[in-house]
Structures are given as structure tokens and as C-alpha cells.
Design a protein around this ligand. Sequence first.
Ligand code: ADP
Ligand code: MG
Length: 225
Amino acid sequence: MAEVIALRDIHKTFRVGSEKVHALQGVSLTVARGEFVAVMGPSGSGKSTLMHIIGLLDRPSSGTYHLEGEDVSDLDRRRQAAIRNQRIGFVFQQFSLLPRTTVLDNVLLPTVYGRDGSAAARAREVLDQVGLGDRVRHRSNQLSGGQVQRVAIARALVMRPSLILADEPTGNLDSKTSRDILELLQAINGKGATLVLITHEAAIAQAARRVVRLHDGQIVEEMTP
Ligand code: ADP
Ligand code: MG
């Protein structure tokens, strides 16, 4: 299956009191295995909503979603959670580590469902991969912002997901650290993981092979830089 993500005519409507918010209005998007796609667009254009649907954190109001060939448009929460855990790694803008918890334990978090004997070895391996092999015993409040985001990336990798979703992963970092994090994500993509990255920084988007632009819940432009 060469298509990792296949979205067809996705609509997402939120109800806020008596109001309806049309966050996505007919989005169709196909992402092939191994691609690096940047999603850009102004605030409120639907980027995070799209990411939540792709990441099975939310469901479309209508339209279909196939993930690695399987129809996941309308799964129950349990099945969504299982697929998420096994196949999708998330990196968010807000540093989402457990404070006062060691780097190693933070990375081990996704392995708690059916942890096997190889989990700790895998955690150390991905921490090496992100350049933090010498920080496993540090607590997350003893790290710099860039290091925290590296831990978040290691945690996203520990289950060896085929798809990495990153929502403004460099949003809180200085430009040098942003570049380092981007290079790390590119290296991970180079090893075969499909990468979908939301960003508002043109320099970051330029690293992607494809840029998808959202405006008012619709894809308005798709180009290869
Ligand atoms: P972006 O990430 O591009 O800034 P979002 O996807 O977060 O945009 O939001 C798209 C639109 O949907 C916005 O108008 C936002 O207010 C609305 N929205 C997002 N999430 C919710 C929610 N849970 N409930 C109601 N409205 C929402
Ligand atoms: Mg957002």
C-alpha cells in the first residue's frame, strides 16, 4: 500500500452553543509512504483540526479517511487509540512531557500498553537517535527547550510508527534550535517514516517536498517548492 493517508471530501463541523463552525470544508488529500508534507495556513484555517483527524484524535463529520488502506473514518475510540499507539507518532508545539519524570520514563510512556522486554532498549536507541543518549536520567524540567522537544520526538518514535505528525514542533524554539529539530525530523523521514508537519514558517516548509495550504477549511494551493 503506497498511500499512507487518503482523505476524501472531509468536512468537520463543530457546534458551539447554537453556532456551527465549519473547520474543514471538503478537504481531499493523499500522502504516499515516505513523503514529507508541510501544512501551512493562517491561524484558524483548520490545520490542527486536519491533524487531529489524520491522527485519529477526532473524527470527520463527513467524508472518508483511509489509513494505510484501511477505512478508519468511523472507528470507535478504543480502536482509534490502538491504531494511534501502534502506527502514529505525535509531536506537538506545547512541550508535553511529564515534569519531574525522567527522560527515559517519558519516552517509555507510549509503550505501557503491552510493554515487552525490548521497550527500554528501544527507548535508549531512539534517545541516541535524537542525540540525548547521555540525558536519560535527567528529569524533563532539567532540560532546555530544544532538548525537551528532542525527548518528545524520541517518544513519538519509540513505537516505531510509520506516520509522524508534528503540529508546529518548532513554534517555541529559537531559530538555531528550530533548524536542528527540523534536521532531526528530516533524518527520521529519510529513514522511511511519512512526515506531516504543520508550520507557519516558510523556511521550515521549504524543507518539505510538498506544501499544502489551508484557508478557511479548504486546500487552496498545493505546490512543490
Ligand atoms: P488552526 O490550527 O489552523 O489555527 P484549528 O483547526 O485549530 O485552526 O481551528 C479551525 C477552526 O475551528 C477555528 O475557527 C476554530 O475556532 C474552530 N475549532 C477548532 N477546534 C474546535 C473545537 N473543539 N470546538 C469548536 N470550534 C473549534
Ligand atoms: Mg493549530
